[in-house]
Write a protein that binds this ligand. Sequence first.
Ligand code: MN
Length: 241
Amino acid sequence: MNKRKFLKQSVWISAGAYIVPSVFLSSCKSEPKKEENMKTDTLAKSAFELPEIPYGYNAFPETIDPMTMEIHHTKHHQGYTDKLNAALKEANISGKTIEEILSMDDLPTAIRNNGGGYYNHSLYWDILTPGGTMSTTLKSKITEDFGSEEAFLNELTDAALNRFGSGWAWVVQDRNKKLDIFSTPNQDNPLMKMTEMEGHPILGIDVWEHAYYLKYQNKRADYLKNIIDIINWEKVEARMI
Ligand code: MN
């Protein structure tokens, strides 16, 4: 194999890493529909897949170093995704959206932890960007509900800073569509019935040490200050209902 061919193949393999499930699905579709294939097909379709992050691991090295981002995505987020799929199979749950699953009554612990991990990280990657600004519409909504943009950001920072141990800080819309801020432990989130407060999540900040320890060590406040600068406010606003 010459070098160019090798490189081309390596790139293809690496680009294909996240589309393996779809490749698997399409290969299933072309197989004759024997009973065994039908079973595999149904299983593959009901499984959640690790979402691609909408930028590279080196998108904002001053805020999140590439190694942290890669490990966080390919190990932690992938791990939650795989364990969620295993737990759903075990509980014989299929054909539901992740939102429907997380808002179920009596959520089994494995689905609570891994389904939360799957959903929370998908949201986290989606609402970051190398440079985002708030629209006037979002600014006025924030001012209406918190008094000022500064008060809103202070409350968000405090929620994230004061979460003891591992967890998440959230901005949600309550049932009256008012914006609210709180934090949850572990991989819990505002869709779950057992959380202290429920709501529709529009922004989530991961405050597990795995999200920042390589670059910031114990300095969670520094991580928070920087991460707030890379929030994709357009995406946050688009999630509002
Ligand atoms: Mn995490």
